[in-house]
Design a protein around this ligand. Sequence first.
Ligand SMILES: *Cc1c(COP(=O)(O)O)cnc(C)c1O
Length: 353
Amino acid sequence: MHKKLFIPGPTEVSDEILQAMATPMIGHRSSAYAELHQAVETKLKKLLNAERRVFLFSSSSTGVMEGVIRNAVGKKVLNTLNGEFSRRWWEIAKSCGVDTETIEVEPGKAITPEMVDAALAKGGFDALCLTYNETSTGILGPLEETARLVRTKYPDVIIMVDAVSCMAGTPIDFDGWGLDICLAGVQKCFALPPGLTVCAVSERALQRAAAIPHRGYYFDFLDNEKFAAKFNTPATPAISLIYALDRQMDRMFAEGLDNRYARHLAMADHCRTWGRARFGLYGDERYLSPTITHVINPGFDFGALNKELGRRGAQISDGYGPFKGKTFRIGHMGDLTLADVQWLTAQIDDIVK
Ligand SMILES: *Cc1c(COP(=O)(O)O)cnc(C)c1O
């Protein structure tokens, strides 16, 4: 039996999208491909309010996180750590050999504009990594406020955002907030199979890339921009996923973006209310994520719970990294509905009596 995915990626994929994946193949240098690419980019620009460019990278998000570091860090990057994915970006920066400093708060807390301000004020930075939705802890950071601060006080700092587990599940106003780079893999709130990452870039980010000599090859922003200007990619793209994304964007606009974001909040609200009453929630209540809920495990056998859930047709996630066995996570993103999460929590109640 198929287990419905209530995990923070990959998420449940609808039959209509699986069908779109089966569209007969076309050559990526054909006009049919350029039309598809242009259509998808136009829809993504509308989703994100990102006028300049949205790249389509055929890679999981981690690859693009690396590409971003190589294209946008000239002097020194500030990595902001509050969980495992923000830590991953720091590991990537170190592995690329760029100069990096960190600020860190304990998992379950958010990095605030004040902390970023205090760190950047020391000087020498030209890039900042922010993890909008820290999937390992279920915390959504104050991105708009942080970006406003950075744009006002540190105009040369490139703002780079990992929005992997919340883009298309919560509003992002790329141009309005003054972001420079914002990326997300499509296997989370977009509810597509994995393998494609979308990445909005500003003119400022492209100019930064132009000043950096060794940007790497596959994710080179300038090379990708040259091809994107013709609605193409330097190497063969994941065409089936781009067909699927085109269909999915239409479904999103048909639902209405506001309705889509409200649906995510309604699912979050249910999971929080349930989790709080039943076991307790993990994390700072002021910054709880709209796409994933992190619940305390009072000591039951998570493996046994998930096994029984699997028998009933669902799957959830254990705590990530140091939280394994201490918490569990419910992903409520993509095409899932309030009825889905209501069903899920009723099953958990029934199993963990
Ligand atoms: C899932 C996730 C990633 C990694 O994505 P991959 O597609 O596995 O490379 C990075 N950052 C965040 C916040 C995530 O949730």
